[in-house]
Design a binder for this molecule. Structure first.
Ligand code: PLP
Length: 390
């Protein structure tokens, strides 16, 4: 039997679905979701004020180990605010990986930042410390800024632009090499903002992703490990940053009993109580969902031991949530054949995103060689990953 046929049959058997369409990732509502949602409606607290917002924030802080968590309407807005709080200004450069979802590059653009797309590692699919270090060494010098004597910033020698943040992303839930990245960035005085949108429940050396940088963000979009319909979270250990995040996401309104005072341009980015109610219930199920996802990954890992497709196991020193299980095909042609066949057969699979510099808006951006990015995007296929194993 051809490999792609064997694989399709195996996936159907795992999900006990001989006939029906098998999606890539489905939400999982098995707990108190309905009860909490009804409570919002019964109490009339449906908008951005209500008990669930604070509870959801607290649960996320406790779970990740971040000192503070600030809820937002989605992960993209969380990233936008995180970058602004890191000090990214119009015309600055922001380093990230070429292999990421569009939201990373879009959020950088909202601040007026210019993305620089660097390569990823093959063994994490996240930003490569070697690529980062090589690019910084070649392109960057530290300068004292004139206006603020003795404050040192990284500048791109060729473009003259300041490099004001770096955004590693934990691809498909697998942690990037956070300690190495952090060490390099500290040397160059560049703040690290972790795009942990895909990695709730993923740990690097026992510490939760999203808590290594100055700020981290999570997403609770419908296709993520847990969902609030749409939602995001800003994580930080810095009290002032957390306060500023809450301020900026609530139209920069200065608290007052009745006066409309706003002290800067803010955003209407707060999460609603309805979404947070879902979030509270989902957080209660998170450990169960993660366990199911890891069991599924184990099944896949065993199945692919004698296959021409290679299963991607969690990187060393990491515990991954296996948000989207990934396999590597031998080459691009067999990737396309597999995508074609499985999708035709009602088993949803997807390639990796196009590298950001292949999109028209970002085609002019700086990059390095992107050797691993090209190698990976030619081969990655994401396979059904919902936490619904029987
Ligand atoms: C999902 C995601 C986001 C943000 O997603 P929202 O849909 O805005 O919640 C950001 N970055 C990455 C890498 C993502 O996968």
């Amino acid at each position: 039997m051809p490999e792609k046929d064997k694989l399709t049959k195996y996936i159907r058997s795992l999900f006990s679905e001989p006939e029906a369409f098998i999606p890539l990732h489905e939400p999982h509502f098995n707990g108190n979701e309905k009860e909490y949602l009804l409570k919002c409606i019964d109490t009339n607290f449906v908008s951005s004020v209500g008990e669930f917002v604070g509870r959801f924030e607290q649960k996320c802080a406790e779970y990740t180990g971040a000192k503070y968590a600030v809820a937002t309407m989605n992960g993209t807005s969380a990233l936008h605010i995180a970058l602004q709080l890191a000090g990214v200004q119009d015309g600055d450069e922001v380093i990230t990986q070429a292999l990421t979802f569009i939201a990373t590059a879009n959020a950088i653009s909202y601040t007026g930042g210019k993305p620089v797309f660097l390569d990823v590692d093959r063994d994490t699919m996240g930003l490569s410390p070697a690529a980062l270090s090589a690019w910084l060494e070649e392109n960057v010098e530290l300068r004292e800024t004139l206006a603020t004597q003795r404050v040192v910033h990284a500048y791109n020698k060729k473009t003259g632009r300041r490099i004001s943040a770096c955004v590693p992303m934990h691809t498909f839930g697998h942690p990037a090499k956070l300690d190495e990245l952090k060490n390099i960035l500290d040397k160059y005085k560049i703040p690290m903002i972790e795009d942990a949108a895909e990695s709730i429940g993923s740990y690097f050396k026992g510490k939760h992703t999203g808590t290594f940088g100055n700020i981290g963000i999570l997403s609770f979009n419908g296709n993520k490990v847990i969902t609030t319909g749409g939602g995001g979270m800003i994580l930080t250990d810095n009290k002032l940053l957390a306060q500023a995040a809450k301020h900026l996401t609530t139209q920069a309104k200065v608290p007052h009993d009745w006066e409309y005072q706003h002290d800067q341009i803010g955003y209407n980015y707060r999460l609603t109580n309805i979404a947070a109610a879902l979030g509270c219930a989902q957080m209660e199920s998170l450990d169960d969902i993660l366990q199911k996802k890891r069991t599924l990954a184990e099944h896949y890992s065993n199945f692919f031991k004698d296959s021409e497709y290679r299963f991607f196991n969690e990187p060393v020193n990491c515990q991954s949530n296996y948000w989207l299980n990934s396999i590597f095909t031998p080459d691009r042609k067999s990737r396309d054949e597999l995508l074609e066949y499985t999708n035709k057969m009602g088993v949803m699979t997807r390639p990796a995103w196009k590298p950001m510099n292949h999109l028209p808006m970002f085609a002019h951006c700086e990059t390095d060689e992107l050797t691993n990015t090209t190698w990976l995007t030619d081969r990655i296929v994401n396979i059904p990953s919902s936490a619904i194993l029987n």
